[in-house]
Each structure stands twice: as structure tokens, then as C-alpha cells.
Design a protein around this ligand. Structure first.
Ligand code: GDP
Length: 449
């Protein structure tokens, strides 16, 4: 175990006033800090009611103190939790006192980083902590918890075990090339390799569903006023989960909304905000929105079925060719059409009524299908872009190795591909990592976690 000598402190509960605020301290100075601020060492893992004192023995607050001696703690170090009153002023005083006793303020994610560095969690699990905190739906939370509890990592480990086994076999075949026995020709390697690739494919499927649950998709919505865009969004999300957000840093006129569809976040950019403007701030906001639109996964053009003559293609903003387009013909209750889905070369056309909730399933299913989302929530674990990249690289290498084996009986090349595939998988759990990567991952956590 690495010794991380600094003792760190942070407020673990959200800022602001409330019932209880927890100040968390981790590191080698914890026993000294506990003795100084509580006047008495708490019994390990037992809640102790106490005042929290400053150096002059004046109480700053009172509450429950719990001392967790390392190494069986979240960070692997001695940890002290002070549960006091959630007043910013009081928490500030308590934290300042801890600092006076030799601790320093924790960086974002530093407690989790220590958990990782002290082998309490692997990297995929540590990332799942942040994903659980940020989860925007029940399904996303459940999949993050599954990753945190090690489901993703376990599957990676099982796969890595299989690869190690294969490597031993293949490397033995290389070493004993002169012998009579043809290791590579006995089908065992080919069978095991095929099984490993299939296992990797299953992990990749679940991970990509988990990644969609975590990151969602960008959906651009276009349409004239009053065609029923808001009604449609509310129907899609189920009214309660519709959140209207104004992302800071962009102009107030580019509307962004976040809704969830069966747990998958849909980041919606409403092109109503894309108007000509001479205001430089607004122009910048519009420029950014356009950049996002160019990367959108899906464009939803909403039209009014009672005005069939309108040319929807004029409403299509600059989107890339690979963005799927769905044209919604809304208000079919007025034209008395049946709900329908018509695939087309340029766009899929879906006739529905947002107000009467007719045909909405066609749209929901089509949105999910067009980004490959089929999550029923079972067996899915949260995953990030970086995990998907590593899985894709590993798969590519294993397929390449399979080709070397099938076509050329090239044991050396297969062995090298397997070695690199194992390395790529090890990046997921953090077996192989750089400080730079850790910095990037943990700096996006909140302080106190
Ligand atoms: P937006 O301006 O595009 O966001 O449109 P709204 O969602 O605010 O809807 C404009 C008007 O159209 C409202 O009065 C809605 O009640 C009505 N509307 C929306 N969808 C339908 C529909 O499917 N059928 C009918 N008859 N009216 C609708």
C-alpha cells in the first residue's frame, strides 16, 4: 500500500444550510485531530456524541463523531467523520480548525483517488462513484451501482483470465515449435479465442447500453412555433421528468432541455434559439449550438399535420449526414389519420398526436432503435467513452489475432495481439494507467468524494 502522508479534509455533504453536514478527514493525522478536537479518542466505528473544539477548547459545534481506523476504510487510511450542523459558517469553522491541525483541503475526487491508489476500488469502480452521483435516472443509477459493486470489473477480469490462459497456450506452442505436437492446430486455441471474442462482444454490448444511460444522446429539435414541440417533449419524458435547463455560459436564447427516455438522457437543443443576432455573446452561443448540432445523434423535425404542404427540409439545420432524421407529423387527431411510421431515404416520418398521446410509442421505439438503445435495465453496468474505446481496441486486436491464426498459423503475431488486448482491458480497471489519466478522471468528481 502506498503511503499518502497528507491528511485531507472536505465537506462531504452539499454546500448550503440543512439538517446535517458531514466533514470528512482522511490521513495519518486523523488520530491527532480527533484527540485535539473531541478531547477524547472515539471508540473505532462507534458513534460518539461530542462537541467539536478549537485549540482554545471553545466548542465550535456539536454532533456525532465517528472514527474509522485504517486500513479497512473507504480510503484505506484513518478516517474521521464529524457530523455537525449544516450551516456554512459552522462547517467553515470546523474545517478551518481541522486545517490548523495540519490537514489540507482535499482536491475534487481525492478521497476516491485514495481508494483507488490504496486498492480499495479499481478505476472502473471509482468512476462508477461519480456516475452514481451524477445519474439522471433510476436506470442510470442502478447501472452505476452495478459497476461500483464490481460487476463490470468482474467481467473484465474473467475475460483477462481467459486471455492469459490463451497466451500461455500460444506462447507454449511457439516455444515448442520443434516438437511433434501441434498446439495451434488442435482447435483448442481457435475455440477458446472465439469464446473470448464472444464474451468481449457481450461486455461491449452491455457497456454501450450503460454508456448511453450515462451520457445519453444529443437530439436537435426543429419546427415552427405551435407545431407542438413542447407537448411532444413532455409526452416523451413523462411530464414529471422534463427539466428545462439554461446551461450557463451560453446565450439564454439557445434552449436546451434534458429529458429522459426509459432512463436514457436526451439532451435536446431547441433550434428556436438559432436566430440571427448581432449580440456577440448570443452569436457565440449560437456558434456553439451549431457546433453541437453538427454532432447531433438525431434530428427531430416537428410539423403540423394540418399543414401538409410545408416543406420540412427547410427546417433542417446544418447537421452531419450521419445524423438520423425523424419527421414528426403531429396533430393527427385533427386530420383523423392513423398513427404510422414511414421509412424514407432522407428521413423516417412518424404521424402521431402529442396532445392525445396517440402514436408516441412509435416515436419512442424509433428513437431508441436509431441509437441502438435496447436496455431493459438488466445486467447493464455504467461505462464511459474511455471504456468503450478500450473494449473496441481489445476486440480489434483479438479479431486480428484470430485472422493471424486462421490464415497464417502465425502464433507469434497472435501472441502479440493477445498481449496488447490484455493491456487495453487493463486500462479499464486501471491496472495500467498514467497520472495524467487519473488527473483527468478524478478532477471531474465533486469535492468531498
Ligand atoms: P410549440 O410551440 O411547438 O412548442 O407547441 P406547443 O407544444 O406549445 O403546442 C402548441 C399548441 O398546439 C397548443 O395549444 C397545444 O395544445 C396544441 N397541440 C400540440 N400537439 C397537439 C396535437 O397533437 N393535437 C392537437 N389538436 N393540438 C396539439
Amino acid at each position: 500500500m502506498k503511503t499518502l502522508t497528507d491528511t485531507i479534509v472536505a465537506r462531504a455533504t452539499p454546500a448550503g444550510r440543512g439538517g446535517i453536514a458531514i466533514t470528512r478527514i482522511s490521513g495519518s493525522l486523523v488520530p491527532n485531530i480527533a484527540a485535539a478536537m473531541l478531547k477524547k479518542m472515539p471508540t473505532p466505528r462507534l458513534a460518539m456524541f461530542s462537541s467539536f473544539y478549537n485549540a482554545e477548547k471553545i466548542p465550535l459545534d456539536e454532533g456525532v463523531a465517528i472514527f474509522y481506523p485504517g486500513p479497512n476504510t473507504a480510503t484505506g487510511e484513518d478516517v474521521l467523520e464529524l457530523q455537525g450542523h449544516a450551516s456554512p459558517a459552522v462547517v467553515d469553522m470546523v474545517i478551518r480548525e481541522v486545517l490548523k491541525n495540519g490537514a489540507r483541503l482535499a482536491r475534487p475526487g481525492e478521497f476516491s483517488e485514495r481508494s483507488f491508489l490504496n486498492d480499495k476500488l479499481d478505476l472502473a469502480q471509482a468512476e462508477a462513484i461519480a456516475d452514481l452521483i451524477d445519474a439522471s435516472s433510476e436506470q442510470a443509477a442502478r447501472s452505476a451501482l452495478r459497476s461500483l459493486q464490481g460487476e463490470f470489473s468482474r467481467q473484465i477480469h474473467t475475460l483477462v483470465e481467459a486471455i492469459i490462459h490463451l497466451r500461455q497456450y500460444v506462447e507454449a506452442a511457439i516455444d515448442f515449435a520443434e516438437e511433434e505436437i501441434d498446439f495451434l492446430g488442435d482447435q483448442q486455441v481457435a475455440t477458446d479465442l472465439t469464446a473470448a471474442i464472444a464474451a468481449l462482444q457481450r461486455i461491449e454490448d452491455n457497456a454501450s447500453q450503460g454508456s448511453l444511460l450515462r451520457d445519453g444522446i444529443v437530439l436537435v429539435i426543429a419546427g415552427k412555433p405551435n407545431v407542438g414541440k413542447s407537448s411532444l417533449l413532455n409526452c416523451l419524458s413523462g411530464k414529471d421528468s422534463a427539466i428545462v435547463t439554461d446551461i450557463p455560459g451560453t446565450t439564454r436564447d439557445v434552449l436546451r432541455e434534458l429529458i429522459t427516455l426509459d432512463g436514457m438522457p436526451l439532451h435536446i437543443i431547441d433550434t428556436a434559439g438559432l436566430r440571427d443576432s448581432i449580440d456577440p455573446v448570443e452569436q457565440e452561443g449560437i456558434r456553439r449550438a451549431r457546433a453541437e448540432i453538427a454532432k447531433a445523434d438525431l434530428l427531430l423535425v416537428v410539423t403540423d399535420a394540418t399543414h401538409p404542404e410545408e416543406d420540412y427540409t427547410q427546417l433542417m439545420p446544418d447537421i452531419s449526414k450521419k445524423t438520423a432524421v425523424i419527421v414528426v407529423r403531429n396533430k393527427i387527431d385533427l386530420t383523423e389519420e392513423e398513427p404510422s411510421l414511414t421509412p424514407g431515404a432522407q428521413a423516417t416520418i412518424i404521424a402521431l398526436s402529442a396532445k392525445k398521446n396517440i402514436g408516441l410509442d412509435l416515436l419512442k421505439n424509433h428513437i431508441k432503435a436509431s441509437v441502438g438503445f435496447h436496455a431493459d435495465g438488466e445486467g447493464i453496468f455504467s461505462a464511459r467513452r474511455r471504456h468503450l474505446d478500450a473494449l473496441a481496441r481489445a476486440k480489434q486486436l483479438m479479431l486480428q489475432g484470430q485472422h493471424q491464426l486462421q490464415e497464417h498459423r502465425a502464433g507469434e503475431l497472435l501472441a502479440e495481439d493477445l498481449r496488447q488486448a490484455q493491456h487495453a482491458l487493463g486500462e479499464i480497471t486501471g491496472e495500467f494507467h498514467s497520472d495524467d489519466l487519473l488527473g483527468r478522471i478524478f478532477s471531474s468528481f465533486c469535492v468531498g468524494k
